[in-house]
Design a binder for this molecule. Structure first.
Ligand code: HEC
Ligand code: HEC
Length: 259
């Protein structure tokens, strides 16, 4: 009897800290810890190409996503942003039900493979034909961008590698709109709180204007591919037998199956 009690108290003492750690860590903390671990590693671009195979199904071999914004362009994005988003998505600090099953450690692998694939994606040249908005209200968009976005995202939408602030230049309009909605409504959990505060008061007209203007910011010319470029790393990729083999963009700003 006494031994049983002793065994229980030993077991509980041993298990407490373990369960305590996992219960106390929020998804944001888990993602941040993984982000820092990945940054401490040396990436292997060649291995990143192999990891990218699974990503290419949705983001396309070029990493350009789709101009309708269902899939974002990730080519040419800062490696730190790609690492941060992957760590956030698999820690559920950013909801992405479509991609989640491909981001978990059992499929994507550990921190080294995140470092490798991020380095591979970051060096891909960007699309010359991203989806842009209707082109109304660009003066208003320009003014709002300079006033409310440029401080963080840069005057040319170049982002900031050091602070894992995404480059927005060259991104598809509909993808940017969807993210803006999620951020404004507080539903993109990993959003910078200062940004959320800034954009909460935007009217639909102001939002459309600033996002349209943003989608027209050009990345540096040397980072953009020639029209018609295909990624020679994936020569066997079966392209568009049907007009668009991917699911169509959702009519609503939310991804299907979100929450
Ligand atoms: C099943 C389709 C699918 C696969 C496979 C997939 N993704 Fe994604 N990914 C998406 C979708 C859809 C989004 C945008 C979700 C949203 O709108 O919130 C996204 C978003 C991202 C983002 C965030 C982009 C940004 O600007 O914030 C990154 C980075 C990313 N994916 C990288 C990858 C990598 C690397 C892989 C391979 C390991 C991968 N994805 C595999 C569908 C996929
Ligand atoms: C205080 C700094 C700050 C300001 C101001 C700011 N942002 Fe951001 N923004 C960020 C950061 C940081 C992220 C990435 C959040 C993360 O994943 O950790 C981000 C992410 C985004 C994204 C998602 C990009 C992607 O690739 O998924 C969009 C879209 C965006 N911002 C648009 C805007 C627009 C438009 C404005 C101006 C109206 C703006 N932001 C103002 C810091 C800022």
């Amino acid at each position: 009897m006494k031994e049983t009690r002793l065994a229980w108290s030993v077991a509980i003492t041993l298990l407490m800290p373990l369960s305590g750690i996992s219960a106390a860590q929020t998804p944001a903390e888990i993602a941040q810890a993984e982000y820092e671990e990945v940054l401490s590693l040396t990436p292997n671009v060649e291995n990143g190409r192999e990891v990218y195979m699974v990503c290419s199904v949705c983001h396309r071999p070029e990493g350009w996503g789709t101009p309708n914004g269902s899939y974002p362009q990730i080519a040419g994005q800062h490696s730190t942003v790609i690492i941060k988003q992957l760590a956030d998505i698999r820690a559920r600090n950013r909801e992405n039900p479509l991609m989640y099953p491909f981001a978990i450690p059992e499929i994507l692998g550990g921190p080294q493979r995140i470092a490798d694939v991020a380095a591979y994606v970051a060096q891909l040249p960007m699309t010359p034909n991203n989806g842009v908005g209707p082109g109304e209200d660009l003066e208003l968009g320009k003014r709002l961008y300079a006033q409310d976005c440029a401080d963080c995202h840069g005057d040319r939408g170049q982002g900031d590698k050091e602070d894992h602030i995404p480059a927005l230049a060259g991104q598809h309009y509909h993808y940017l709109m969807r993210q803006f909605d999620l951020i404004r409504e507080g539903r993109r959990k990993n959003s910078d709180p200062k940004m959320v505060k800034k954009i909460q008061g935007f009217t639909p007209q102001e939002q459309a204007a600033v996002v349209d203007y943003t989608s027209r910011l050009r990345p540096p010319p040397e980072r953009v591919a020639d029209a018609g470029w295909t990624n020679p790393d994936f020569p066997g990729f079966v392209r568009d037998r049907a007009p668009d083999p991917l699911p169509p963009a959702s009519a609503t700003p939310i991804m299907p199956g979100f929450e």
